[in-house]
Structure formats: C-alpha cells, structure tokens
Design a protein around this ligand. Structure first.
Ligand code: PAF
Length: 288
C-alpha cells in the first residue's frame, strides 16, 4: 500500500491504479479505524478492483467547542490495518493540502441536513459536504462507501451528489453499509474510546432502548409516547442528556408522528458524560 500526502502524489498514484480501466472504490474516513471502517473496506474490495482509503480529520466539520483537538490520531496504526486489508492507496492529506491559504468555498445542502445532528451541530454538515465533494473530485472514484451509522450524513452526501450532478461517483454509487456493532449492541465509533469502563457499560442501554422502542411502535404504540419513554430509559440508564430521539422518513428524514407503509428510521443522539453518541435503526418496512 502506498501512502500519499500531496495532490500531485495522489494523481500519479491514481493514474497507475486506473490503467486498463480498473474500477476504484473510495472509503473516506477520519482515521482511528475500527471494525466498522474495515467492513467498509471489505465491501469496497468486493465491488471494485482497487480500494483507496482516505484519512483526514476535517476541521470544518467540528464546532468551536467540539473534540477536534482530542479526536484520536494514529496514522501509523491505521495504515497498518488498511494495508493488512489489501487497500491499494492511502490518501492522508495535511490540513494545508486540503484547505490551502485562500480557500473560500462551502457546500451547503438544505433540507436533509437541517434537523437532528444539523440542528445540534451548526455547520457540521457543510463541513462534511465540502470535504466529501473535494475527496470525490480528488480521487474520482467509481464507487464510495459510507457507514449507515452516520445515517443523516449519508443522506446529505447522496443529496449533494444528485444536486450537483456528480459522476465520480454517481449518487447511486454511493453505498451505505449497515452499522457494525459490539457484542452488547453498541454501534462501533471512534468516539467510544472516550468512554470510561462504567460509561461504556451504560452505553449499551442506547441500542437496547432503541430496539424496545421500535418493537413497541411496530406493535402499534403511540410514537410520541414511545420516544418520551425511550428518553426516560436513557436518562435512567446513566445518559446525561438527549440531543434528539426521533422517528423520521428513511429517505427524506422528515420527522414522522406515526409509522406508515414507508420505511422509517429511529434516530437518537445522547450524551454520556462528555461524550456524544449517535445511533439509528430501521423501523417499519425495509428500505429497498
Ligand atoms: O464519517 C466520517 O468519518 C467523516 O464525516 C467523513 C465522511 C470522512 C468526512 O470527513
């Protein structure tokens, strides 16, 4: 595996990977890799000739009081994991390479980016859309893979690709991969390492309470009352506060007051100590 840190090196490396019409898949990450990321890589390997992974802790998607400085950085260990998975190329730009002096553009996707994490983290999805658009233009992949763990992020990226008529990749070639979970159900996240052992044990209340809420709603329970019960269960289980717990249409992310014949998603963000955890699960009919 080759690691490249400048656009010039990236273009040279990509030209030789693409020789003979090989299909390239991109797996964008912020590093601190875990089994969830490696699952994206394996899916990408199965569907393309070569996998390019990127590692870039994107300052534009962190708010002023968020964890940009604390975010784990472990490039050598991450590179070793990617190499062991057979990744062909690692794109690991510096902040200066990604946002040179004078960088002045911003991509803002209305609608799907506005509620939930968009409301709780102003500017976050502009930062995500801007960097992902740049990564797409830099690597020009045939396919790109993202975790469903960040379900709203995936909707924002697909909307951006569709709205801006991107072709590398086409919106339909932006693939969402189901969330990988720990044995107790907690969604894998680079931020789980912020949890103390006690908080880590308490955090499993999140997927448990979500599954119980989905079972209740699918059995006909009132949505608002079920969501209130879910929030109460999380607080009783040790969570400090709930940013949101909502049922939404799985495609538009419009909030739903009741389950319908359309696929829905239960989305939750909650804080345990100083750590903000997010999770989402399908509810009602499956998304096709
Ligand atoms: O999901 C992430 O790790 C990041 O938001 C992404 C997509 C790599 C953009 O920085």
């Amino acid at each position: 595996m080759q690691t490249v840190t400048t656009l010039e090196m990236l273009r040279t490396a990509l030209a030789s990977l693409r020789a003979g019409g090989a299909r390239i898949a991109l797996v964008p990450t912020m590093g601190a890799l875990h089994e969830g990321h490696l699952t994206l890589v394996r899916r990408a390997q199965a569907e393309a000739d070569h996998v390019v992974a990127s590692i870039f802790v994107n300052p534009k998607q962190f708010g002023p009081n968020e964890d940009l400085d604390a975010y784990p950085r472990q490039l050598a260990a991450d590179a070793a994991m990617l190499e062991a998975e057979g990744v062909a190329l690692l794109w690991a730009p510096t902040v200066e390479a990604m946002y040179p002096q004078g960088f002045a553009s911003n991509i803002s996707v209305a609608g799907v980016s506005e509620g939930f994490c968009g409301a709780a983290r102003p500017g976050h999805f502009d930062g995500v859309a801007t960097v992902v658009c740049k990564l797409f233009n830099q690597v020009q992949p045939d396919l790109a893979f993202f975790g469903e763990k960040d379900f709203q992020q995936l909707a924002v990226i697909r909307t951006m690709a569709r709205d801006l008529d991107l072709t590398r990749p086409y919106a339909d070639n932006i693939i969402g991969v189901p969330t990988v979970r720990e044995a107790d159900g907690l969604a894998m996240s680079s931020r789980n390492r912020y949890l103390s052992p006690e908080q880590r044990a308490q955090a499993a209340a999140l997927p448990r309470a979500m599954q119980a809420a989905i079972a209740a709603m699918e059995a006909g329970a009132d949505v608002a009352a079920t969501l209130a019960g879910l929030e109460a269960a999380l607080v009783a289980g040790g969570f400090a506060s709930i940013d949101y717990a909502a049922l939404a249409d799985a495609r538009s992310l419009a909030p739903l007051a009741a389950l319908t014949a359309a696929p829905a998603r239960l989305l939750v963000a909650a804080r345990i100590g100083g750590t903000r955890l997010i999770d989402n699960m399908a509810a009602g009919p499956a998304l096709k």
